[in-house]
Design a protein around this ligand. Sequence first.
Ligand SMILES: [Zn+2]
Length: 471
Amino acid sequence: MSLISKDFRLHQHRNEQHGHARLRWALVAIACAGIGAVIASTSTEESLESSKIATESLPAFVTETKSSEELARESFSLSLPELQAQQEIINAADPQSTTSSPKKWREVTVKSGDNLALIFKRADIKPQQLDELMKSGDAVKKLRRIFPKDTIRLLSDSDGILQSLRYEIDQKSYLMVEREQDTLVANTYDYKIETRQTHASGVIDSSLFLAAQKAGISQNIIMELANIFGWDIDFVLDIRKGDNFTVLYEQLYRDGEKISDGKILAADFVNDGKIYRAVRYTNPQTNETEYYTPDGKSMRKAFIRTPLNFARISSGFNLKRRHPILLNKRPHRGVDYAAKSGTPIYAAGDGKVIFKGKKGGYGKVMILQHGTKYTTLYAHLKTYNRKLRKGSRVKQGQTIAYVGSTGLATGPHLHYEFRVNGVHRNPLTVRLPISKPIPKRYMADFDLTTSPIIAQLDLVTRPQQFALTDN
Ligand SMILES: [Zn+2]
C-alpha cells in the first residue's frame, strides 16, 4: 500500500528540481506511511480485550516429562495454549502447588499509555511484585521501554505472586525472569538465527519501486539497492522502461520461519542498456563493509575536501556566528573560502546538478547531488560553467562555476556547504565516504570471497547480461 502511494508521489514530483532528494523524501514517506499503519492498527487493537487466559486442555501429543526449567527455555516459541498445557504438566508434577495455588500463564498485550503497574493489575499480580521484578537483574531494564502491541507473558500463582515473565525484546532475543529458590532472576537469551540466501529480479515498467513490489522485494532491500547504485543511477530521472535488476541477498530465519531480510550480497542493475554490478566485501583488517565492482572499485565515489585551489578559509562552520553584514546571530552552516574573483570551483565529487540559480543572500548558487545521501552547495558565484544545466552530470574535479560575490557577500568568496541526509555538516571535518579500491594485498582475498557470490549472481541473471560493460 505504501509502495504505491510513494510511487505516485515520485510521479507527481517528476518535474521538480531535486532528483535524489526526492527519492530520499519519498523513501521517508514510505517509512511514515508504515508508521501510520502501525499506529492505526494499534489504536484498533486497544479496543479489543488485551489480556487472555489460556484454558485449553492438555494436548494429547505431550507425553514426555520435562523439568520446568527445560520447558521454560523452550516455551517462548509456543503458543499460549501450548504454554498453559506445559504449565499444567508442571502443576501436576507438584501436587502442592496445584491444590493450593495453581499457576496460570497470561499473555498481556501492551496498550498505548500502558506501564508495568497497570499490566500487573490486569494480570492480578500483587503490586509489590513489581519492586521485586525490578530488582531481578540488569536484563530486566528492557522492560522500562515497552511499546504498544508488545506481548508480555506472565506466570503467577493464585496468591498474585509472580513466578515467571517472558518478553520478546526483538526478533533475535528475549528476556526471561524466573523464580529460583524464592528469588526472581532475570536473563536475556538469544534465539538461534539462521541466514539463508535468496534472490529476486525485476523489470521496470514505470518505477523501481513498483518493479520491486512486483518482485516481492521488501522496502529495506530496495532502499539498500538504491543506495548502492545511487552514485551511478538517478532512480527518478535516469530510469527507462525495460531497465532491470537482480539482487542476491540474505534472509534471517528463526525456527524455520523468516523474520527479516539481511544484507544484499551482490546485485546487477541494467540502466538504459548499461550494466552495473556490485558485490559486498568486508575488509579483513578494518572490518569495514562496502560494495565494490567485481574488479574491486568502490561503488561509492570520492569527495575532495576543498573544492577550489588558491583559497584561504575566511570563515568556518559555526552554528553561533554573527553575520558580517546582517550583524545578527546567524548560524554559519558552511565554510567560506576567500579567493580571487573568477577562481574556478570544482565539483567535490561525482554527481548531478540539482539546482542552478539565485537564492536570496546566497546570490548565484549551484547544488550538486552525490549518490542518494550527499549534497554540496556552492554560493556567491560569479558565473556558472555554461555547459551545465539542472540535471547535468558532473565528474569530481570538473569546473562547475567561478568565485564571485553575488548576494550578501563582503568580498569575493565561495560559501560551501556539505549535507548528509539533508543535515549540514562541517565540510572541513565531516567523514567523507570511503571510495578507495580494494588494496592490492587484499585483492586475492577479495576475489576468493566474492567469486562464489558473483557466480551465483550469474546463475540467476539472464545470459545476455554476462557481457559486462565497464563502469
Ligand atoms: Zn559563508
